[in-house]
Write a protein that binds this ligand. Structure first.
Ligand code: MG
Length: 177
């Protein structure tokens, strides 16, 4: 059984992951509006990943005999200055998420909750990847500056991104016979 404190903290994180999903959906809408379908596709995959993160925590609370309580989701930003601005905001947001995951880990350590620590290890690694992806995209956008042909080429590249069900969620899904 999960402690009430840990359960409440993870419930908060479920809402934050759904907020992340909503924020990236708003960014996808911005890119669709700019006619950058590849950037939009990259964000659509991000939307699915964040909702998967929320569901990993959702399933975990259920597995540990806790009760999931969903909070309100704030309205995300709707206006952005440029693709670079979007990815700078994405990185900033992911750094916040990393700090929240670290806080959850601190709590799990304090409570000697080994099961939650094990789950959170996956998220700690995931955050390293999220920030690295954003940093790479920011660097590429800065390099190309105002080169539109570079931007369209990059749009094609980002459009190749496909969604893969994250391992902890895939493990919970029924497999086809
Ligand atoms: Mg996430």
């Amino acid at each position: 059984m999960i402690s009430k404190t840990m359960q409440d903290a993870i419930n908060k994180q479920i809402t934050r992951e759904f907020y992340s999903s909503y924020l990236y959906l708003s960014m996808a809408a911005y890119f669709e509006d700019l006619s950058l379908p590849g950037f939009a596709q990259w964000m659509r995959v991000q939307v699915q990943e964040e909702s998967a993160h929320a569901m990993i925590f959702f399933n975990y609370i259920c597995d540990r005999g806790g009760r999931v309580v969903l909070g309100a989701i704030d309205q995300p930003d709707i206006e952005f200055k440029s693709p670079l601005d979007v990815f700078e905001k994405t990185l900033e947001h992911e750094q916040k998420v990393t700090a929240w995951i670290n806080e959850l880990m601190d709590l799990a350590i304090k409570e000697n909750d080994h099961a939650t620590r094990s789950l959170l290890n996956w998220f700690v690694d995931e955050q390293v990847e999220e920030e690295a992806n954003d940093n790479t995209i920011i660097a590429r956008l800065k390099m190309m500056g105002k080169d539109m042909s570079g931007l369209f080429q990059f749009d094609k590249e980002l459009g190749a991104r496909v969604y893969n069900v994250p391992a902890p969620l895939a493990a919970k899904q029924p497999t086809a016979a």
